[in-house]
Design a protein around this ligand. Sequence first.
Ligand code: URA
Length: 446
Amino acid sequence: MSVGRPSRRPFPPAQGETSGDGVVHAVDIIGAKRDGAPLPGEWIDWVVDAYTKGMVTEAQMAALAMAIRIHGMDSAETAHWTTAMIDSGERLWLPVDRPTVDKHSTGGVGDKVTLVLAPLVAACGAAVPQLSGRGLGHTGGTLDKLESIPGWRANLSTAEMISQLTNIRAVVAAASTALAPADRKLYALRDVTATVESIPLIASSIMSKKIAAGPQSLVLDVKVGSGAFMKSREQAAELAQTMVEIGRSHGVATTALLTDMATPLGRTAGNAVEVAEAVDVLRGAGPDDVVELTLTLAREMLHLAGLPDVDLEPILASGQAYEVWCKMIRAQGGDPDAPLPSPKHIHVLEADDDGIVSEMDALAVGISAWRLGAGRIAPGATVQHAAGVRLLVTEGDRISSGQPLAELHTDTPDAVPAAVSALSAGIVISKTPPTRRPLVIDVIRG
Ligand code: URA
């Protein structure tokens, strides 16, 4: 097959049929999706493979991604697209003598759960290979957070990963570039072509990376609310259902939880500040919402891994999970006892009125942390490890005028006015208490 001039065949072509000259053209595929037709599996295989090899141009893939963003893909197309992305690279085989189970969050504000969950579930007998990502926009990234620990390194060879998984049972590391390279390219393209917000593209992007990493089972934390990609419960449920179905069709037992991201998780958003909060949880303390979500996800992971439903709180309180954390950090060159970086500048935001905190908006907190330097302003930029927001109040707290509401941490004081303006817009003080929302909204099992 090759890419060439547009086909002259009547539209729409029959399923599985290629252009009249026996050659499939990128332009035919783009045109078919532009006009709302489902793409035959062999066309999907070809276009994903040709794009990975540079035979389909960025402009052509951008047009196709926009056509998919507008017209969607049905479940057969989405399953096929995911398989093509997995097949664009290696699929890991994890030869460990334990059930392997992974967790993926669709991204939120203050979500440090992975840092606690991997050691906790490993302490219960599973092997947890967590290939994680970096921050995207206002949402934080696990690797950026962990890199605030002096010496810790995200990049491991496959042999190092398997050895750590065998000996310590928990690895949180960067995904190798050999896993789903089509997604790496396509994700960067979608980021700059307004085509991220497409359920089939998000589902296939996440699941291709997760399936290629080789776990036997997977728990998905699909975030819903202002700080998440999915703003409504309906969208989140559709994304969750799509990913659970993809997991099932690839032999990976998958469960998805829909969880609240209207307000940040815990009291911190940023890098070092979130690591410190995660360590509090690993030592049996920390904010209730982080503990509740971690324990709920851990139970689902143990269930999928076929392990007994043990009482998890004592494993945190006794320091067993913290011990695994220390080993995991040391194995990747980090020093779990070293002081975390502290910011050059701390600005305290104070309340200008008496009342009740009726809203603490996740998106506002995420944007504030991002502006302070916790996230990137351009692809590949460095992040400030000490930057972030520490919330001193939470939804439902009664406060008085002049009371400190939040600390804004940064190495670049020039960033403070924009960060204060973003954060202030998201903290609503009124006379009425907030409506309580459940943290775990729904569970979708395969
Ligand atoms: N995370 C991913 O890995 N891919 C997406 O498309 C969106 C979020």
